[in-house]
Ligand binder design. Structure first.
Ligand code: SF4
Length: 326
């Protein structure tokens, strides 16, 4: 099945309704990343990309513009265009140019979701700085914990990331840096970042970075490692309270549930739309029809077809029954 550069819209807990843009060509692998996070919703990475220079045939700015022009006008009520998907978007060095092009065509704010791995590089920071909102991951202030959770490609170091994020936080008028802190529990003996000690270390690191916003959340989709568990809502609220006491209510966002805003989507190729969404984000039945604003009956027959063709599979997890690509 053809892999689309622009996919969705998707409903997210952070951004409302957004149209996704995936800027690394799908190479047959489910994800193209320089991390292999224990909590990744896309499963394990087959071969980690070391740097942007390792990306073969990156998506071009022209391809993004063409794809975006084709799809965005069919959808009403978009809150954001989001660069994310099966890859780390900053691995594409044309990202800055793409962001400018998409904003000009759509007139919608642009967000980049980054794993922060490359923010130590000045060229990458310049690209990211074109976005209206950068949502950057930071799971720990301790190198050891950070490494165990992300399992990064060689040559990536936490201290360089912290310095890069601090530079990005200086931003400019209308630019925002939000740090996304994913808190995790796990079975005994495996890494955790939700202990009091980890929380205090993160607070000290974030104080140094000085972001505009801090988003606190936990896993909600089936993780790559079965032993990873979501943090309880009670503990997450406790952590959020500690963050609020340090950074103030206006900076801290506790992300528990998504919005359910609806919009009109003119469908063209339903199978392709559903597959493109599931390739980037495993979803429950409800999340698919709500995100794509489909009739549940039509979705049932699309899912039956894709399951019959072995293009997708159904998986059970603690948080529900999900569909994902095979
Ligand atoms: S969670 Fe994101 S950064 Fe981590 S491995 Fe998956 S795609 Fe890469």
């Amino acid at each position: 099945m053809k892999s689309r550069i622009v996919y969705g819209p998707i409903l997210s807990r952070r951004l409302g309704r957004s149209l996704g843009v995936d800027v690394i060509k799908n190479t047959g692998s489910k994800k193209n990343c320089n991390y292999d996070c224990i909590y990744c919703q896309l499963g394990h990475v087959e071969s980690k990309l070391g740097s942007p220079e390792d990306v073969k045939e990156p998506v071009t700015s022209k391809e993004v513009s063409q794809s975006f022009r084709n799809f965005h006008k069919d959808i009403e009520g978009l809150d954001y265009v989001t660069f994310s998907g099966t890859c780390e978007p900053s691995l594409n060095l044309s990202l800055g140019e793409m962001i400018r092009a998409v904003r000009e065509i759509g007139g919608i704010p642009v967000c980049v979701i980054t794993n922060s791995s490359l923010v130590g590089r000045e060229d990458v920071r310049k690209n990211l700085a074109q976005a209206d909102l950068i949502v950057a991951t930071l799971v720990s202030g301790n190198e050891n914990t950070w490494r165990k959770i992300h399992r990064p490609a060689s040559g990536i170091a936490l201290q360089e990331i912290i310095e890069g994020l601090r530079e990005l936080a200086k931003g400019g008028a209308g630019k925002k840096l939000a740090l996304e802190v994913m808190f995790l529990e796990s079975e005994a003996g495996k890494p955790l970042n939700s202990t009091d000690e980890e929380v205090e270390s993160l607070i000290a690191t974030i104080r140094y970075i000085c972001p505009d916003e801090i988003e606190i959340l936990t896993v909600s989709r089936p993780p790559a490692e079965k032993w990873v568990r979501p943090v309880s809502e009670e503990r997450l609220r406790e952590i959020a309270k500690r963050f609020v006491s340090e950074f103030g209510e206006e900076k801290v966002r506790l992300v528990l549930k998504g919005k359910n805003k609806r919009s009109r989507v003119l469908h063209r190729e339903l199978d392709e739309e559903v597959y493109a969404l599931l390739l980037r984000r495993p979803c429950t039945f409800e999340q698919i029809w709500q995100g794509l604003n489909m009739d549940p009956k039509s979705l049932r027959s699309v899912l039956k077809k894709l399951l019959g063709e072995s293009k997708i599979e159904k998986i059970d997890s603690e948080t529900g029954e999900y569909y994902r690509t095979k």
